[in-house]
Ligand binder design. Structure first.
Ligand code: NAP
Length: 290
């Protein structure tokens, strides 16, 4: 375990925020904690319909559960399921004492209203942090489940020793899953946060002033060399698949030499997201078994 964190620190010296190495380290820690429990935490995943991407994401998450000795199950429900039927199914999982975390893989079929459906998950099992009880807690600065991607970004910043207090942070994106929660988490740590989105005019005027830039727009190579501040820290959240290859929102090859630290795609935020889902499931187990 010591080896991986040392390798992570070596990569920092090269200017790379290596989410894969940090994940390996954190997952080993989680595994140790799980092995010390008398019972294994259980994550229940639900997929609605047969979207191949959703099936692939859930498979990664199940594999990660296995790695840290947690149990997981997956239920594939009909794409025609009604909101009532789904609410009943979620309620069964809510009542089931053997299940600690519930993960509803998004997106949902168009006839289901995402926010309404998510409210059917017991907030104490809402390991994706999307129930409004957990969203509200985050806004009030209270402890609750934080969505895995922003949670992972905070861990990356923390383990890289990046100062947040008083820093100018620019977040590109304002989704419920990434943009909004990461902006709140950074503000709680006393950063000065500016949130940009698709209607922002003159994006580079903001990004050029960013000591820390979080790019979560989902647009391949939106951020180029001229748009970043020298010696800044760049977290690239974007995963844009073009002709079977994965690209970030940041043009890594152009930007890398100019900045202090940058997270790569793949191998940056992606593995950290899954790691934080594991951490949230362990936290859920511990909170339910006090
Ligand atoms: P989303 O719901 O599509 O939100 C994208 C946000 O970016 C929106 O707020 C949008 O503005 C803004 N935006 C789009 N184009 C822009 C532009 N040209 N300039 C400035 N802002 C722009 O996506 P998301 O769920 O937040 O995810 C963002 C990206 O992160 C995607 O590539 C996704 O695949 C990736 N992601 C990766 C992980 C991981 O584990 N690595 C996890 C989650 C997401 P409006 O609000 O005005 O539309």
């Amino acid at each position: 375990m010591g080896m991986t964190i040392e390798s992570f620190k070596e990569r920092l010296k090269e200017g790379i925020l290596d989410g894969k190495l940090l994940s390996t380290f954190l997952r080993a820690e989680i595994k140790q904690k799980v092995e010390a429990l008398t019972q294994q935490p259980h994550l229940a995943a639900i997929i609605i319909g047969n979207d191949p991407a959703s099936q692939m994401y859930v498979k990664y998450k199940q594999k990660a559960c296995q790695q840290v000795r947690m149990t997981s199950s997956v239920e594939i429900l009909s794409p025609e399921i009604t909101s009532h039927e789904l609410a009943d199914y979620l309620d069964q999982l809510n009542q089931d004492k053997e299940i600690n975390g519930i993960l509803l893989q998004l997106p949902l079929p168009a006839h289901l209203k995402e926010l309404d459906v998510l409210m059917g998950i017991d907030p104490s099992k809402d390991v994706d942090g999307l129930h409004f009880a957990n969203v509200g807690k985050l806004h009030l600065g209270l402890s609750g489940f934080v969505p895995a991607t922003p949670g992972g970004i905070m861990q990356m910043l923390k383990h890289s020793g990046t100062e947040l207090k008083g820093q100018n942070v620019v977040v590109i994106g304002r989704s419920n899953l990434v943009g909004k929660p990461i902006a709140r988490l950074l503000e709680i740590e006393h950063a000065t946060v500016t949130q940009c989105h698709s209607r922002t005019q003159f994006l580079s005027e903001f990004t050029n002033k960013a000591d820390i830039l979080i790019a979560a727009a989902g647009k391949k190579h939106l951020i180029t060399e001229v748009m970043v501040k020298s010696n800044s820290v760049i977290i690239d959240v974007g995963t844009n698949s073009v002709d079977g290859k994965l690209y970030g929102d940041v043009d890594f090859d152009q930007v890398k030499h100019k900045v202090k630290l940058i997270s790569p795609v793949p191998g940056g935020v992606g593995p950290m997201t899954i790691t934080m889902l594991l951490q949230n499931t362990l936290d859920a187990f511990n909170l339910q078994n006090v």
